[in-house]
Write a protein that binds this ligand. Sequence first.
Ligand code: SAH
Length: 296
Amino acid sequence: MKERRNPGSTFPLPLSSVTGPDRRSGGSSAGGARVATPQTATRNASQGGAKVPSHAPTAVAAPSKSHSQAMQRAVENAPAAPRPDLMVSAAIRHAMVARVARQGVKDSVVLSALDTVPRHAFIEPALSAQAYIDASLPIGHEQTISQPYIVARMIEVMRNGRQLERVLEIGTGCGYQAAVLACIAKEVFSIERIKPLHELAKVNLRPLRIANLRLHYGDGMLGLPQVAPFDGIILAAAGLEVPRALLEQLAIGGRLVAPVGAQVQHLQLITRTGKAEWLSETLEAVRFVPLRPGTV
Ligand code: SAH
């Protein structure tokens, strides 16, 4: 469905914005149990629940970005001694990426980014065994880390095979998608409205030393006019409509991907086709946490 709308890195990082208390400050949540969170529901219902695949990937893309390679090095070089646990997580992550590819994500740059970012590092230890299943998981404050498939799908749709310069994410949460975005775009800005989650993302991201990512605490519905325009904008929370400020901050030719709706939500792709012209397409059904105004 289409309609016309006229709405009224490099690593390692200085990551000056990613400094803060050296401990997880906001991640307490449903202690250890697998919890059905908003974003899992649609796909779990349609696919009979996610599980860790037992086989190796068939076609995982080779890292093609220097960002990805640098992050890979940062991840591998972090501990001084060999870490069997990291090798295990890399193998499970390959399997996760292969599964996302089987689910239909084709963009090798996106798959490579997903293969690079250690998702387990964004999840509290009690839940880290579930880091590579295809589900969203609680991160505290009634919010979730998005499921890997939907992260990849939204980035693929936003990227559309382009080399992206500047990207904005609304809803940093624990920082996972921001880290994936930093592998595929030259500059990434991410905004979070819940202070403890903003702090948690800083703590999670610091060891990855991502130079091309800037975290902001604020109301993402207002965007970041001081650094606009953006080639791509991704919303990780669902509103009843896409905030006008974000449409205005899209570069001409830029693409915005957002979940839109309340009980029933769909991914919406909005392409800015001219100074005062946007093209909107409705994609698949999804389920996200709500987009809320203001900060807490
Ligand atoms: N990107 C995350 C997903 C986080 S869940 C990931 O990688 O998994 C969605 C996040 O959007 C929540 O942390 C929520 O607090 C945040 N959010 C909701 N409304 C917002 C707003 N107006 N501005 C910024 N963040 C918002």
